[in-house]
Design a binder for this molecule. Sequence first.
Ligand SMILES: [Fe+2]
Length: 459
Amino acid sequence: MRAPATLTDAQGHSLTTTTAEELKTARRRTLSLLEPVPEPLLERQHHDLLSPVVWDLAHIANYEDLWLLRRLGDEGVCDSHDGTYDSFLHPRMTRGGLDMLDLAGARSYAERVRDRVLDLLQREGSDGDEPLRSGGYVYKMVVQHEHQHDETILAALNLLPEGYAGLQGTAEAQGSGDAAVPAPDCLVRDCLVRDCLVRECIVPAGTYVVGTCSDPWSYDNEGPAHEVELAAYAIDTLAVTNAAWVEFMAGGGYREPSVWTEKGWAWRQEAGLERPLTWEGDGSGGWVRKRFGLTEPVPPDEPVQHVCWYEADAFARWAGRRLPTEEEWEVAATCDPRTGEKWAHPWGDQPWRPGLANLGQVRMGPGPVGANPQGRSSVGCFAMLGDVWEWTSSRFEPWPGTTAFPYREYSEVFYGGDHRVLRGGSWATHPTAARGTFRNWDHPVRRHIFAGLRTARSL
Ligand SMILES: [Fe+2]
Protein backbone atom coordinates (compact mmCIF):
# COMPACT_ATOMS: atom_id res chain seq x y z
CA MET A 1 0.00 0.00 0.00
CA ARG A 2 1.22 3.47 -0.88
CA ALA A 3 1.67 6.05 1.82
CA PRO A 4 -0.58 9.12 1.54
CA ALA A 5 1.26 12.13 0.12
CA THR A 6 2.44 14.63 2.69
CA LEU A 7 2.98 17.57 0.34
CA THR A 8 1.11 20.73 1.21
CA ASP A 9 -0.27 23.56 -0.86
CA ALA A 10 0.27 27.30 -0.32
CA GLN A 11 -2.39 27.35 2.41
CA GLY A 12 -0.83 24.42 4.25
CA HIS A 13 -3.51 21.88 3.28
CA SER A 14 -2.31 18.45 2.30
CA LEU A 15 -2.68 17.75 -1.40
CA THR A 16 -4.91 14.81 -0.56
CA THR A 17 -7.28 17.08 1.35
CA THR A 18 -7.21 19.69 -1.40
CA THR A 19 -7.84 17.09 -4.08
CA ALA A 20 -10.78 15.63 -2.17
CA GLU A 21 -12.29 19.11 -1.83
CA GLU A 22 -11.79 19.82 -5.53
CA LEU A 23 -13.59 16.60 -6.41
CA LYS A 24 -16.44 17.39 -4.02
CA THR A 25 -16.76 20.96 -5.31
CA ALA A 26 -17.11 19.71 -8.88
CA ARG A 27 -19.76 17.18 -7.85
CA ARG A 28 -21.76 19.73 -5.85
CA ARG A 29 -21.77 21.94 -8.92
CA THR A 30 -22.89 19.12 -11.23
CA LEU A 31 -25.75 18.05 -8.98
CA SER A 32 -26.84 21.66 -8.38
CA LEU A 33 -27.32 22.07 -12.13
CA LEU A 34 -29.56 19.03 -12.33
CA GLU A 35 -31.60 19.75 -9.21
CA PRO A 36 -34.05 22.40 -10.53
CA VAL A 37 -34.87 20.64 -13.80
CA PRO A 38 -37.63 18.00 -14.25
CA GLU A 39 -36.21 14.55 -15.02
CA PRO A 40 -37.77 14.17 -18.50
CA LEU A 41 -35.92 17.30 -19.62
CA LEU A 42 -32.62 15.92 -18.34
CA GLU A 43 -33.15 12.77 -20.37
CA ARG A 44 -34.09 14.64 -23.56
CA GLN A 45 -31.64 15.78 -26.22
CA HIS A 46 -32.11 19.53 -26.70
CA HIS A 47 -29.71 20.06 -29.59
CA ASP A 48 -27.96 17.82 -32.13
CA LEU A 49 -24.62 18.93 -30.74
CA LEU A 50 -25.42 18.46 -27.07
CA SER A 51 -25.90 15.20 -25.18
CA PRO A 52 -28.87 14.48 -22.95
CA VAL A 53 -27.80 15.76 -19.52
CA VAL A 54 -28.12 12.28 -17.95
CA TRP A 55 -25.60 11.01 -20.53
CA ASP A 56 -23.17 13.71 -19.38
CA LEU A 57 -23.63 12.69 -15.74
CA ALA A 58 -22.97 8.99 -16.35
CA HIS A 59 -20.10 9.84 -18.73
CA ILE A 60 -18.51 11.93 -15.95
CA ALA A 61 -18.78 8.87 -13.68
CA ASN A 62 -17.43 6.51 -16.35
CA TYR A 63 -14.41 8.76 -17.04
CA GLU A 64 -13.67 8.84 -13.31
CA ASP A 65 -14.14 5.06 -13.07
CA LEU A 66 -11.66 4.57 -15.93
CA TRP A 67 -9.00 7.06 -14.90
CA LEU A 68 -9.10 7.15 -11.11
CA LEU A 69 -10.03 3.57 -10.32
CA ARG A 70 -9.02 1.23 -13.11
CA ARG A 71 -5.96 3.16 -14.33
CA LEU A 72 -4.66 3.62 -10.79
CA GLY A 73 -4.94 -0.06 -10.03
CA ASP A 74 -8.34 -0.39 -8.41
CA GLU A 75 -10.81 -2.85 -9.93
CA GLY A 76 -13.32 -0.16 -10.87
CA VAL A 77 -17.06 -0.06 -10.41
CA CYS A 78 -18.43 -1.13 -13.76
CA ASP A 79 -17.01 -1.74 -17.22
CA SER A 80 -20.33 -2.62 -18.84
CA HIS A 81 -21.01 1.11 -19.29
CA ASP A 82 -17.80 1.78 -21.21
CA GLY A 83 -19.42 1.42 -24.63
CA THR A 84 -22.42 3.63 -23.93
CA TYR A 85 -20.40 6.46 -22.42
CA ASP A 86 -17.42 6.48 -24.77
CA SER A 87 -17.70 9.86 -26.51
CA PHE A 88 -15.73 8.61 -29.50
CA LEU A 89 -18.05 5.70 -30.20
CA HIS A 90 -21.15 7.89 -30.19
CA PRO A 91 -21.27 11.28 -31.92
CA ARG A 92 -23.38 13.73 -29.96
CA MET A 93 -26.25 13.72 -32.41
CA THR A 94 -26.78 9.97 -31.82
CA ARG A 95 -26.63 9.99 -28.03
CA GLY A 96 -30.34 10.70 -27.58
CA GLY A 97 -31.06 7.25 -29.03
CA LEU A 98 -28.70 5.31 -26.76
CA ASP A 99 -29.98 2.83 -24.20
CA MET A 100 -28.59 4.75 -21.24
CA LEU A 101 -29.04 4.96 -17.47
CA ASP A 102 -31.94 7.04 -16.24
CA LEU A 103 -31.34 9.86 -13.78
CA ALA A 104 -31.45 7.65 -10.68
CA GLY A 105 -29.13 5.12 -12.31
CA ALA A 106 -26.65 7.77 -13.43
CA ARG A 107 -26.63 9.38 -9.98
CA SER A 108 -26.11 6.01 -8.31
CA TYR A 109 -23.25 5.13 -10.67
CA ALA A 110 -21.58 8.50 -10.05
CA GLU A 111 -21.97 8.11 -6.29
CA ARG A 112 -20.55 4.57 -6.19
CA VAL A 113 -17.52 5.60 -8.25
CA ARG A 114 -16.94 8.68 -6.12
CA ASP A 115 -17.13 6.76 -2.83
CA ARG A 116 -14.47 4.35 -4.08
CA VAL A 117 -12.31 7.20 -5.39
CA LEU A 118 -12.36 8.99 -2.05
CA ASP A 119 -11.38 5.73 -0.32
CA LEU A 120 -8.52 5.24 -2.76
CA LEU A 121 -7.41 8.84 -2.33
CA GLN A 122 -7.40 8.44 1.45
CA ARG A 123 -5.37 5.23 1.20
CA GLU A 124 -2.82 6.28 -1.39
CA GLY A 125 -2.87 10.07 -1.69
CA SER A 126 -3.08 11.88 -5.00
CA ASP A 127 0.64 12.32 -5.68
CA GLY A 128 3.17 9.81 -6.96
CA ASP A 129 6.29 9.30 -9.01
CA GLU A 130 4.82 8.10 -12.29
CA PRO A 131 3.69 10.83 -14.74
CA LEU A 132 0.00 10.10 -14.30
CA ARG A 133 0.22 10.65 -10.54
CA SER A 134 2.90 13.33 -10.44
CA GLY A 135 1.54 16.39 -8.65
CA GLY A 136 -1.88 14.71 -8.60
CA TYR A 137 -2.11 15.16 -12.37
CA VAL A 138 -4.77 12.56 -13.11
CA TYR A 139 -6.98 13.86 -10.29
CA LYS A 140 -6.71 17.39 -11.70
CA MET A 141 -7.60 16.02 -15.11
CA VAL A 142 -10.73 14.37 -13.75
CA VAL A 143 -11.77 17.48 -11.79
CA GLN A 144 -11.38 19.63 -14.91
CA HIS A 145 -13.25 17.07 -17.00
CA GLU A 146 -16.26 17.25 -14.70
CA HIS A 147 -16.24 21.07 -14.74
CA GLN A 148 -15.90 21.09 -18.53
CA HIS A 149 -18.96 18.85 -18.79
CA ASP A 150 -20.77 21.16 -16.38
CA GLU A 151 -20.27 23.93 -18.92
CA THR A 152 -21.67 21.61 -21.58
CA ILE A 153 -24.64 20.86 -19.32
CA LEU A 154 -25.19 24.61 -18.94
CA ALA A 155 -25.17 24.95 -22.73
CA ALA A 156 -27.93 22.32 -22.87
CA LEU A 157 -29.97 23.90 -20.06
CA ASN A 158 -29.60 27.25 -21.81
CA LEU A 159 -31.84 25.80 -24.54
CA LEU A 160 -34.63 24.64 -22.19
CA PRO A 161 -38.08 25.58 -23.46
CA GLU A 162 -39.08 27.18 -20.16
CA GLY A 163 -37.33 28.57 -17.10
CA TYR A 164 -36.86 26.94 -13.71
CA ALA A 165 -36.23 28.64 -10.40
CA GLY A 166 -32.84 27.66 -9.07
CA LEU A 167 -30.96 27.86 -12.36
CA GLN A 168 -28.97 30.84 -11.25
CA GLY A 169 -25.45 31.74 -10.19
CA THR A 170 -23.87 30.76 -6.93
CA ALA A 171 -23.70 34.36 -5.73
CA GLU A 172 -24.86 37.80 -6.68
CA ALA A 173 -23.26 39.13 -9.80
CA GLN A 174 -19.79 40.28 -9.09
CA GLY A 175 -19.28 43.88 -10.03
CA SER A 176 -16.35 46.08 -10.61
CA GLY A 177 -16.09 47.01 -6.95
CA ASP A 178 -12.33 46.99 -6.84
CA ALA A 179 -10.54 50.24 -7.40
CA ALA A 180 -9.46 50.57 -11.00
CA VAL A 181 -5.85 49.71 -11.65
CA PRO A 182 -3.83 52.44 -13.35
CA ALA A 183 -4.20 52.15 -17.10
CA PRO A 184 -0.95 51.24 -18.84
CA ASP A 185 -1.30 54.33 -21.03
CA CYS A 186 1.61 53.64 -23.29
CA LEU A 187 -0.10 50.45 -24.46
CA VAL A 188 -3.67 51.72 -24.87
CA ARG A 189 -4.99 54.12 -27.46
CA ASP A 190 -8.22 55.00 -29.27
CA CYS A 191 -9.13 54.47 -32.90
CA LEU A 192 -12.25 54.78 -35.03
CA VAL A 193 -14.07 51.70 -36.27
CA ARG A 194 -17.01 52.55 -38.53
CA ASP A 195 -17.32 55.96 -36.86
CA CYS A 196 -17.31 54.38 -33.39
CA LEU A 197 -14.51 55.08 -30.96
CA VAL A 198 -12.76 51.86 -30.03
CA ARG A 199 -10.05 51.54 -27.43
CA GLU A 200 -7.33 49.13 -28.37
CA CYS A 201 -4.18 47.79 -26.74
CA ILE A 202 -0.89 47.98 -28.58
CA VAL A 203 1.47 45.02 -28.51
CA PRO A 204 4.91 45.82 -29.89
CA ALA A 205 6.76 43.47 -32.20
CA GLY A 206 8.94 41.03 -30.32
CA THR A 207 9.73 37.53 -29.16
CA TYR A 208 7.18 36.14 -26.70
CA VAL A 209 6.61 32.89 -24.85
CA VAL A 210 3.47 30.93 -25.67
CA GLY A 211 2.33 27.73 -23.93
CA THR A 212 3.43 26.24 -20.64
CA CYS A 213 5.64 23.45 -19.33
CA SER A 214 4.88 24.01 -15.69
CA ASP A 215 1.21 24.68 -14.99
CA PRO A 216 0.08 21.68 -12.91
CA TRP A 217 -3.44 21.91 -14.37
CA SER A 218 -2.40 22.20 -18.02
CA TYR A 219 -3.41 19.71 -20.69
CA ASP A 220 -1.00 18.17 -23.17
CA ASN A 221 -1.98 20.61 -25.96
CA GLU A 222 -0.76 23.61 -23.90
CA GLY A 223 2.88 22.58 -23.98
CA PRO A 224 5.66 22.85 -24.40
CA ALA A 225 6.27 26.54 -23.78
CA HIS A 226 7.99 27.99 -26.82
CA GLU A 227 9.01 31.32 -28.28
CA VAL A 228 7.14 33.00 -31.10
CA GLU A 229 8.04 36.09 -33.14
CA LEU A 230 5.15 38.50 -33.49
CA ALA A 231 4.83 41.63 -35.61
CA ALA A 232 3.28 44.63 -33.87
CA TYR A 233 -0.50 44.51 -33.56
CA ALA A 234 -3.44 46.14 -31.83
CA ILE A 235 -6.19 44.20 -30.06
CA ASP A 236 -9.50 45.41 -28.65
CA THR A 237 -9.42 46.41 -25.00
CA LEU A 238 -12.94 44.98 -24.67
CA ALA A 239 -14.86 42.11 -26.22
CA VAL A 240 -17.29 42.98 -29.02
CA THR A 241 -20.63 43.96 -27.45
CA ASN A 242 -24.24 43.23 -28.29
CA ALA A 243 -24.58 46.92 -29.22
CA ALA A 244 -21.78 46.55 -31.77
CA TRP A 245 -23.44 43.40 -33.11
CA VAL A 246 -26.70 45.31 -33.61
CA GLU A 247 -24.67 47.82 -35.64
CA PHE A 248 -23.29 44.95 -37.71
CA MET A 249 -26.80 43.64 -38.36
CA ALA A 250 -28.24 47.09 -39.13
CA GLY A 251 -25.23 47.93 -41.28
CA GLY A 252 -25.89 44.97 -43.58
CA GLY A 253 -23.15 42.67 -42.26
CA TYR A 254 -25.28 39.57 -42.81
CA ARG A 255 -26.13 40.66 -46.38
CA GLU A 256 -22.68 41.64 -47.65
CA PRO A 257 -20.81 38.66 -49.18
CA SER A 258 -17.55 40.60 -49.35
CA VAL A 259 -17.05 40.47 -45.58
CA TRP A 260 -17.54 36.69 -45.42
CA THR A 261 -15.18 33.94 -46.48
CA GLU A 262 -16.50 31.79 -49.32
CA LYS A 263 -17.33 28.92 -46.95
CA GLY A 264 -18.75 31.33 -44.41
CA TRP A 265 -21.09 32.94 -46.93
CA ALA A 266 -22.26 29.51 -48.12
CA TRP A 267 -23.00 28.54 -44.53
CA ARG A 268 -24.66 31.88 -43.77
CA GLN A 269 -27.07 31.21 -46.65
CA GLU A 270 -27.61 27.52 -45.95
CA ALA A 271 -28.24 28.04 -42.23
CA GLY A 272 -30.11 31.32 -42.70
CA LEU A 273 -27.87 33.20 -40.28
CA GLU A 274 -29.25 36.67 -39.58
CA ARG A 275 -28.56 37.27 -35.89
CA PRO A 276 -26.94 35.46 -32.94
CA LEU A 277 -28.49 32.18 -31.82
CA THR A 278 -31.27 32.79 -29.24
CA TRP A 279 -32.02 36.38 -30.47
CA GLU A 280 -35.45 37.39 -31.76
CA GLY A 281 -36.97 40.73 -32.71
CA ASP A 282 -39.09 42.28 -29.96
CA GLY A 283 -41.68 43.58 -32.42
CA SER A 284 -40.68 47.22 -32.06
CA GLY A 285 -37.25 47.28 -33.63
CA GLY A 286 -35.30 45.99 -30.64
CA TRP A 287 -34.00 42.57 -29.72
CA VAL A 288 -34.71 39.98 -27.06
CA ARG A 289 -32.90 36.76 -26.31
CA LYS A 290 -33.89 33.50 -24.64
CA ARG A 291 -31.64 32.11 -21.93
CA PHE A 292 -32.42 29.16 -19.65
CA GLY A 293 -36.02 29.27 -20.81
CA LEU A 294 -36.56 32.95 -20.06
CA THR A 295 -36.90 35.79 -22.55
CA GLU A 296 -35.18 39.09 -21.77
CA PRO A 297 -34.05 42.21 -23.61
CA VAL A 298 -30.58 41.97 -25.14
CA PRO A 299 -28.31 44.09 -22.91
CA PRO A 300 -26.24 46.37 -25.15
CA ASP A 301 -23.14 46.48 -22.96
CA GLU A 302 -22.55 42.74 -22.61
CA PRO A 303 -20.21 40.80 -24.89
CA VAL A 304 -22.11 39.15 -27.72
CA GLN A 305 -22.34 35.36 -27.37
CA HIS A 306 -23.71 32.50 -29.49
CA VAL A 307 -22.06 33.58 -32.72
CA CYS A 308 -20.13 31.06 -34.79
CA TRP A 309 -16.62 31.48 -36.15
CA TYR A 310 -17.92 32.40 -39.60
CA GLU A 311 -19.96 35.23 -38.07
CA ALA A 312 -17.10 36.40 -35.85
CA ASP A 313 -14.72 36.44 -38.81
CA ALA A 314 -17.26 38.38 -40.93
CA PHE A 315 -17.83 40.92 -38.16
CA ALA A 316 -14.10 41.57 -37.87
CA ARG A 317 -13.75 42.11 -41.63
CA TRP A 318 -16.85 44.35 -41.69
CA ALA A 319 -15.19 46.45 -38.98
CA GLY A 320 -12.03 46.74 -41.07
CA ARG A 321 -10.19 44.50 -38.68
CA ARG A 322 -9.50 40.78 -38.21
CA LEU A 323 -9.61 38.11 -35.55
CA PRO A 324 -6.39 37.75 -33.54
CA THR A 325 -4.31 34.63 -33.94
CA GLU A 326 -4.27 32.50 -30.82
CA GLU A 327 -0.63 33.45 -30.24
CA GLU A 328 -1.59 37.14 -30.38
CA TRP A 329 -4.47 36.45 -28.02
CA GLU A 330 -2.26 34.62 -25.50
CA VAL A 331 0.46 37.28 -25.55
CA ALA A 332 -2.10 40.06 -25.00
CA ALA A 333 -3.55 38.04 -22.11
CA THR A 334 -0.41 36.88 -20.35
CA CYS A 335 2.72 38.78 -21.37
CA ASP A 336 4.15 42.13 -20.32
CA PRO A 337 6.09 43.50 -23.33
CA ARG A 338 7.86 46.04 -21.08
CA THR A 339 9.41 43.47 -18.73
CA GLY A 340 9.31 40.24 -20.73
CA GLU A 341 7.38 38.51 -17.94
CA LYS A 342 4.65 35.96 -18.62
CA TRP A 343 1.85 35.17 -16.19
CA ALA A 344 -0.53 32.27 -15.76
CA HIS A 345 -3.49 34.66 -15.79
CA PRO A 346 -4.01 38.20 -17.08
CA TRP A 347 -3.78 39.54 -13.51
CA GLY A 348 -0.66 37.58 -12.57
CA ASP A 349 0.10 34.16 -11.12
CA GLN A 350 -2.19 34.32 -8.10
CA PRO A 351 -5.32 32.14 -8.17
CA TRP A 352 -8.66 33.49 -9.38
CA ARG A 353 -11.04 35.16 -6.96
CA PRO A 354 -14.31 36.98 -7.68
CA GLY A 355 -13.51 40.48 -8.88
CA LEU A 356 -10.71 39.35 -11.16
CA ALA A 357 -12.81 37.68 -13.86
CA ASN A 358 -16.36 36.50 -14.45
CA LEU A 359 -15.71 32.76 -14.18
CA GLY A 360 -17.16 29.77 -12.40
CA GLN A 361 -20.85 30.48 -12.92
CA VAL A 362 -20.76 33.03 -10.13
CA ARG A 363 -22.91 35.11 -12.42
CA MET A 364 -25.25 33.16 -14.69
CA GLY A 365 -24.14 34.97 -17.82
CA PRO A 366 -21.63 37.51 -19.13
CA GLY A 367 -21.22 40.78 -17.27
CA PRO A 368 -20.94 44.25 -18.78
CA VAL A 369 -17.69 44.87 -20.62
CA GLY A 370 -15.18 46.88 -18.63
CA ALA A 371 -16.01 45.21 -15.31
CA ASN A 372 -13.34 43.69 -13.06
CA PRO A 373 -10.53 46.17 -13.82
CA GLN A 374 -8.23 44.38 -11.37
CA GLY A 375 -8.20 41.50 -13.81
CA ARG A 376 -6.81 43.50 -16.73
CA SER A 377 -3.84 42.09 -18.57
CA SER A 378 -0.46 43.82 -18.65
CA VAL A 379 -1.18 45.41 -22.03
CA GLY A 380 -4.57 46.66 -20.80
CA CYS A 381 -7.14 44.15 -22.09
CA PHE A 382 -10.22 43.56 -19.94
CA ALA A 383 -11.77 40.13 -19.35
CA MET A 384 -9.34 38.01 -21.30
CA LEU A 385 -10.53 35.22 -18.99
CA GLY A 386 -14.23 34.77 -18.36
CA ASP A 387 -17.49 36.21 -19.74
CA VAL A 388 -17.26 34.63 -23.21
CA TRP A 389 -14.91 32.34 -25.09
CA GLU A 390 -13.22 34.31 -27.86
CA TRP A 391 -12.84 32.96 -31.38
CA THR A 392 -9.36 33.35 -32.85
CA SER A 393 -8.31 33.07 -36.48
CA SER A 394 -6.14 30.02 -35.76
CA ARG A 395 -6.86 26.45 -36.69
CA PHE A 396 -6.26 23.88 -33.95
CA GLU A 397 -2.74 22.56 -34.54
CA PRO A 398 -0.14 21.10 -32.16
CA TRP A 399 2.48 23.34 -30.59
CA PRO A 400 6.00 22.42 -31.76
CA GLY A 401 7.32 19.45 -29.80
CA THR A 402 4.05 18.60 -28.09
CA THR A 403 3.39 15.06 -26.88
CA ALA A 404 0.01 13.43 -26.36
CA PHE A 405 -0.53 12.64 -22.68
CA PRO A 406 -2.17 10.70 -21.20
CA TYR A 407 -4.42 9.86 -24.15
CA ARG A 408 -4.53 10.82 -27.83
CA GLU A 409 -8.25 11.41 -27.92
CA TYR A 410 -8.18 14.61 -25.83
CA SER A 411 -6.33 16.67 -28.45
CA GLU A 412 -4.23 14.80 -30.96
CA VAL A 413 -7.06 13.36 -33.03
CA PHE A 414 -8.47 16.88 -33.52
CA TYR A 415 -5.31 18.51 -34.89
CA GLY A 416 -5.41 19.39 -38.57
CA GLY A 417 -9.18 19.54 -39.01
CA ASP A 418 -11.42 22.53 -39.62
CA HIS A 419 -11.58 23.40 -35.92
CA ARG A 420 -10.87 26.98 -34.90
CA VAL A 421 -9.31 27.85 -31.58
CA LEU A 422 -11.23 29.61 -28.83
CA ARG A 423 -9.48 31.20 -25.88
CA GLY A 424 -10.28 32.67 -22.51
CA GLY A 425 -13.16 30.69 -21.03
CA SER A 426 -16.68 31.91 -20.39
CA TRP A 427 -18.78 32.84 -17.37
CA ALA A 428 -19.60 29.10 -17.20
CA THR A 429 -15.98 27.94 -17.17
CA HIS A 430 -14.64 26.87 -13.79
CA PRO A 431 -11.39 28.55 -12.71
CA THR A 432 -9.61 25.16 -12.71
CA ALA A 433 -10.11 25.12 -16.49
CA ALA A 434 -9.36 28.81 -17.13
CA ARG A 435 -5.81 30.04 -17.66
CA GLY A 436 -3.88 32.02 -20.20
CA THR A 437 -2.61 28.94 -22.01
CA PHE A 438 -5.85 26.91 -22.12
CA ARG A 439 -6.81 25.97 -25.69
CA ASN A 440 -10.38 25.19 -26.70
CA TRP A 441 -11.49 24.39 -30.24
CA ASP A 442 -14.67 23.81 -32.18
CA HIS A 443 -16.07 23.66 -35.68
CA PRO A 444 -16.58 27.06 -37.35
CA VAL A 445 -20.38 26.59 -37.46
CA ARG A 446 -20.90 26.06 -33.70
CA ARG A 447 -23.15 28.65 -32.01
CA HIS A 448 -24.56 26.96 -28.91
CA ILE A 449 -21.34 27.50 -26.95
CA PHE A 450 -20.82 30.65 -24.89
CA ALA A 451 -18.54 32.26 -27.47
CA GLY A 452 -17.97 35.78 -28.75
CA LEU A 453 -14.91 37.64 -29.97
CA ARG A 454 -12.59 40.61 -29.82
CA THR A 455 -10.90 41.97 -32.93
CA ALA A 456 -7.35 42.93 -33.81
CA ARG A 457 -5.37 44.62 -36.56
CA SER A 458 -1.79 44.60 -37.73
CA LEU A 459 0.23 47.78 -37.22
FE1 LIG B 1 -15.82 13.91 -21.63
